[in-house]
Design a protein. Sequence first.
Length: 423
Amino acid sequence: MGIRKVPVGNSIAIVNIGQLVTLAGPARPRVGAELRELGIIEDAALLIEDGRIAAAGPSSDLHDKIPPHAVVVDAKGCCVTPGFIDAHTHLVFAGNRAAEFEQRIGGATYQQIAAAGGGILRTVALTRGATEDELLASARKHRDWMLRGGTTTLEAKSGYGLNRDTEVKMLRVLRRLNEEGPARIVPTLLAAHTVPPEFADRRDQYVRFVADELIPEVAKAGLARYCDAFCDDHAFTVDECRTVFTAARAYGLGLRIHAEQFRPGTGAALAAELGAATADHLETVTVETLTQLREAGVQPVLLPGSVFCLRRTQYPPARAMVEAGLGIVLATDFNPGSSPAPSMAFMMSLACLQMGLMPAEALTAATINAAHSLGLGAEIGSLEPGKQADLLIHEFADYRELAYFAAAPLRPRVLIAGREVTA
């Protein structure tokens, strides 16, 4: 990863933009018909000052406003969009689970592999044995894959430690990676990912450890912005997650939850009850629960990559969510087991082909709505004056090609805070 020498300076003008997708709109998650309103400007230009958008508009309006000292970048008639914001990843882990990938192809289910000591616990063992520097190198590689595909901000969880030392070690890796830049990393504590083997017969003690010891330590050290929990039959119950989240909220952490992935009634209603920022997965969510989420202002984070990689066919009911007025978010769920897929553009393809989203809706869910789900909607996610200049100059002229060319090796020019990044 590096930052190119060009462009430099405090003033940058991006000109000859064929299609500028600004995502300009209300200062909140977009819902309903708003998901298709992209704020497109044809034959456009962007002015950037000190890493922030100064102006966005038709070339004819901005041509005479370009400062004489500005660095001029030619977009060559291509499409420019905000950078992708991946609001659900498991970026930090050691090793991989390629052998389990093969097992699943042979017919084993996710739950069967987990019951045999594989799955999350396999990655836990490898991650516990890795040094902090080894985990940093691995996470940096994963981050660079994402950067190359246009992801400029990402949420990242712990959860492969399940003990004090490794959970803290993972969060330190995320802090170091965020400080290193250029991508912004939003850290989440996911110690309630699954019950570690040493607590198999005393899970209540593990829940109390997370709530009474780990959350206070992590919060006081500023190592996480959010707390997550996996609410499922092979993870934690609704009541156990409530215990974890009550502690997290008391220490000022925002709430996110893995919910309703394999069975309804596993956590989405709890997200509404506690006012969580997001409820993630939701493959089996009911219409009644969608109403609860909307009324509580909880954003659904849809993860089609895990459905695809697990060879399942039940995708989240995205169209029902749009019709219910929910501010949907699209993310990769990048992880070594159920979604070893780091591409946000591929998630857009899956969202359109398998979940019935229109390309505009998918792009909104991958940018401005994702930004709001992380509490960053006023800072990133759209190309509006005052916001940080995180943007992509694509190789094509129409934003719909992002979803249309499924799994294409996209290599947009990536700018973060107005500086071009290479990875």
